[in-house]
Design a protein around this ligand. Structure first.
Ligand code: SF4
Length: 632
C-alpha cells in the first residue's frame, strides 16, 4: 500500500479533449516527490526544445507533493511550471491556500496540461471525475466575479478555484494564477501561459483523504508547531503582523528597496509596517489549510473614492515594497488597493509594482516624458499616478499600459540604453524586496537561479553570520554549515551556505512546503522536522541527505532545461544598477555588489554544485542524481 500520494497524475490535452490518468510507480514518487521536480520531469521529457511559450505546445503542470493534505502546518502549496514567457527559460511559481490540499483530496497528485482549447474552458475535477466545461461566459470577467459564478454554477461554495484574470487574457506577460482571490502563482508568467491555452480555471473538490503512514508522528508535529509559533520570535512576528512584520527591520538595516532600488531606507517606512497595518486597516487574519501560523492578512479600507475589499486578503511584504517604497509611496491604503487590482485582474505584484517604479525613475531622469506617460506626472511618491498606470497596465488600455504590460526589461528595449541602466531584472524578472547589495549570498543566488531573482530560493545571509541565533546555527549544522563567517563576508563559507541553502529551498519547492514553516534556519520547523514530515506521510526512511539530493535534482533539471533553451553562464548576471553604490542615508548608503567577488562566487557555486566552469552539470553529476535520461 502507498502512503502520502494518491498515485494518480491527470493528463489533459485541451486540443483533442483527451483525458488520461497515469498511475506512476512508487520509485517515481520517491525520486521526484512532487512540486517543481515532478513538473520538470514531464516538461523535460515531453516539451520540444525552443517551443514558443505561448503556443499550444507548451506544457503547464500543477503539482502537489507527497506531503500535501497532511494536517500539519505549511504543506498546502501548489507548484506550477511551464516554459516562461518572461524569461524564455523554465517558469516556476508556488502558491498556498486551500486549493492544493483540495486537489489532492479530489484524487490527483498533479495535472499535466497540453494543447489549446479552441474556445474558453475550465476544468472541473470532483472526487476523481474530470470534466472540461465551457467557460465562454466567464471569459473577460475578474477573479471575484468568476469565483462567485463558478460556485453558483456548481452549487457548492466549498469548491476551490485557481484561475486567470482578464490581464492574462489580454496578454499581460507577468500574469498570475489566482486562488482564493488572494493566493498567487505569481512569478514567471504562468497565468499568461494558462490563458494561451484558453483555460480560464481549474476547479477542484474532493473528499478522498490521503492515506498517511504514521498519523501519530504527524499529529505530534502539528501540536509542536501550534505550541512553537509564539516561542520563535521571527514566526511570532509573522503570526502577529504578517510578512509585513519585517518592514521595520529591513528599513533599519538599510535593505528596504526605495525609489526603484536607488536607496535602502525609506523615510516613511513606519507608515507601511505590519504593525501599522494591524493598528489601522486589518480586519482579521487568515490561513492556509491546517496552518497554525495564520500569517495571511485580510484588510478593509475606504479612501479617495476607492474601496479596499476584504475578499482580496491584504498586501504581503513584497507588495508593500514594490508598490510602496519602490514607488516612493507611503500610502498603505493605496498599496492595499493596488494589491486588490493585481488579485482581481491576475498579475504578479512584484513584477507589476517594480515595473511601474522603473517607469517612474525613467520619467524622473528624462528618458520618457509626458508624451510617453499620456500626460501623467509619473514621479516617485505620486500615488494617484501609480494607481492610474496600474489600471492602464492590467487593461492594456493605453500605449504606456501596453509597453509596461510586458515588464520593465522589454520596456527598456523601447526606451533605450540609458533606461536599461535603471533595470533591476535578472533573466527579465524584476527583483523582489530583498537587497543583494547588502545580502551577499543573495546576490549570488539572484544571479544563478534558473527563473531569475528570487528571495525564496535560498536562506538570507543574516542567518549564518557570527552573532546569529543558536537555534538557527543548530539547524544549519544539519546541512554541514558549522563555521559562521563574519557579517558581510562573501568568501567560500558564505558561498557554501548559499549553495546548500539553495539546494534545501529547492527541496522545499519539490515537497511544495511553505518556506515560512519549513526551512534551514529561522522557520517554525527545521531540517529534522522536514524529514519527520516526509517519513510520517510516506513511511519512507528518508534522511536529510536524501532530501538534499531531491533539491539538487530539481536545480539540475531546471539548469538542463535552460541550457537546452539557449541560456548559459552569460545569463547568470545581475543588472548594472546593483553594481552602483546605493544612495541615501543609513547603513547601506554607498554599498554595492562587488563584480569580481560575484564572479568568484559564481565559480565556487558551480564547483559546489558539480557543474563545469560554464555552469553545465557534468554527466557524472546527472547520473548521481538519477538524471542520466536528461543526457539522451
Ligand atoms: S505560514 Fe502563512 S503562507 Fe505559510 S502555510 Fe501558514 S498561513 Fe500559509
Amino acid at each position: 500500500m502507498s502512503f502520502g500520494y494518491t498515485g494518480s497524475i491527470l493528463h489533459i490535452n485541451l486540443s483533442t479533449k483527451e483525458i488520461e490518468i497515469e498511475n506512476p510507480r512508487e520509485d517515481f514518487y520517491r525520486t521526484y516527490m512532487g512540486g517543481g521536480a515532478m513538473g520538470l520531469y514531464y516538461i523535460l521529457k515531453e516539451l520540444p526544445a525552443h517551443t514558443d511559450p505561448l503556443s499550444p505546445a507548451n506544457i503547464l503542470t500543477f503539482m502537489c507533493a507527497v506531503t500535501t493534505g497532511a494536517a500539519v502546518p505549511g504543506q498546502s502549496r501548489i507548484n506550477v511550471n511551464a516554459k516562461s514567457p518572461m524569461t524564455g527559460g523554465i517558469g516556476d511559481s508556488q502558491a498556498g491556500g486551500f486549493f492544493p490540499a483540495e486537489l489532492k483530496f479530489s484524487g490527483f497528485d498533479g495535472i499535466v496540461i497540453k494543447g489549446k482549447s479552441p474556445d474558453p474552458v475550465y476544468l472541473w475535477i470532483n472526487d476523481g471525475k474530470v470534466e472540461i466545461r465551457d467557460a465562454s461566459h466567464l471569459w473577460g470577467k475578474t477573479t471575484k466575479e468568476v469565483d462567485a459564478l463558478i460556485k453558483t454554477e456548481l452549487n457548492d461554495p466549498k469548491v476551490q478555484v485557481a484561475q486567470i484574470g482578464p490581464a492574462a487574457e489580454k496578454g499581460v506577460l507577468f500574469s498570475s494564477i489566482v486562488n482564493m482571490m488572494s493566493r498567487n502563482n505569481g512569478r514567471t508568467g504562468m497565468g499568461t501561459v494558462m490563458a494561451s491555452k484558453n483555460l480560464k480555471a481549474v476547479v477542484v473538490r474532493g473528499t478522498k483523504k490521503v492515506s498517511l503512514a504514521n498519523p501519530a508522528l504527524l499529529t505530534s508535529l502539528a501540536k509542536q508547531g501550534a505550541h512553537d509559533v509564539s516561542e520563535n520570535p521571527d514566526v511570532d512576528g509573522l503570526a502577529k503582523h504578517g510578512t509585513a512584520s519585517v518592514v521595520a527591520y529591513q528599513n533599519d538595516a538599510g535593505t528596504f528597496p526605495t525609489r526603484n532600488y536607488t536607496e535602502g531606507q525609506f523615510e516613511e517606512a513606519a507608515r507601511l509596517s505590519g504593525e501599522t497595518m494591524t493598528e489601522t486597516i486589518l480586519k482579521r487574519t487568515d490561513t492556509c489549510f491546517a496552518c497554525s501560523v495564520r500569517c495571511k492578512r485580510v484588510v478593509e479600507a475606504e479612501k479617495d473614492g476607492y474601496k479596499v475589499d476584504s475578499v482580496f486578503g491584504g498586501p504581503e511584504y513584497e507588495t508593500i515594497g514594490t508598490f510602496g517604497s519602490y514607488c516612493g509611496s507611503a500610502d498603505l491604503e493605496a498599496v492595499s488597493y493596488a494589491n486588490q487590482i493585481c488579485n482581481n485582474y491576475g498579475v504578479d505584484t512584484i513584477t507589476c509594482g517594480a515595473t511601474i517604479a522603473f517607469a517612474m525613475e525613467c520619467y524622473e531622469k528624462g528618458m520618457i516624458s509626458e508624451k510617453e506617460t499620456g500626460g501623467l506626472e509619473l514621479k516617485f511618491g505620486n500615488t494617484a499616478a501609480m494607481l492610474e498606470v496600474l489600471n492602464q497596465v492590467v487593461n492594456k488600455s493605453t500605449p504606456l499600459g501596453i509597453t509596461l504590460s510586458q515588464g520593465s526589461a522589454r520596456a527598456a528595449e523601447i526606451w533605450g540604453a540609458e533606461a536599461k541602466k535603471l533595470l533591476i531584472t535578472v533573466k527579465n524578472e524584476e527583483a523582489p524586496a530583498h537587497m543583494p547589495q547588502a545580502k551577499k549570498s543573495l546576490a549570488l543566488i539572484y544571479a544563478v537561479n534558473a527563473f531569475g531573482a528570487d528571495h525564496q530560493s535560498s536562506e538570507h545571509d543574516w542567518m549564518y553570520e557570527v552573532g546569529g541565533a543558536e537555534l538557527y546555527f543548530e539547524r544549519l549544522a544539519l546541512l554541514g554549515l558549522t563555521n559562521p563567517p563574519e557579517a558581510g563576508d562573501f568568501g567560500p563559507e558564505k558561498v557554501k551556505f548559499a549553495s546548500l541553502t539553495h539546494t534545501f529551498y529547492s527541496m522545499l519547492d519539490s515537497l511544495t512546503l511553505c518556506q515560512f514553516v519549513f526551512g534551514p534556519a529561522w522557520t517554525l520547523f527545521g531540517p529534522a522536522e522536514t524529514v519527520d514530515l516526509v517519513k510520517g506521510c510516506t513511511g519512507w526512511d528518508v534522511t536529510v541527505e536524501e532530501l538534499m539530493k531531491l533539491g539538487e535534482r530539481r536545480i539540475d533539471m531546471m539548469r538542463i532545461f535552460n541550457i537546452r533553451e539557449g541560456l548559459s553562464r552569460k545569463d547568470d548576471k545581475l543588472p548594472e544598477k546593483f553594481f552602483v553604490p546605493l544612495k541615501g542615508s543609513g547603513p547601506t548608503s554607498g554599498v554595492a555588489v562587488d563584480a569580481d567577488k560575484l564572479e568568484k562566487a559564481i565559480d565556487l557555486h558551480y564547483e559546489n554544485m558539480g557543474w563545469s566552469r560554464e555552469g553545465v552539470p557534468t554527466s557524472e553529476k546527472l547520473e548521481e542524481l538519477s538524471l542520466g535520461w536528461c543526457l539522451k
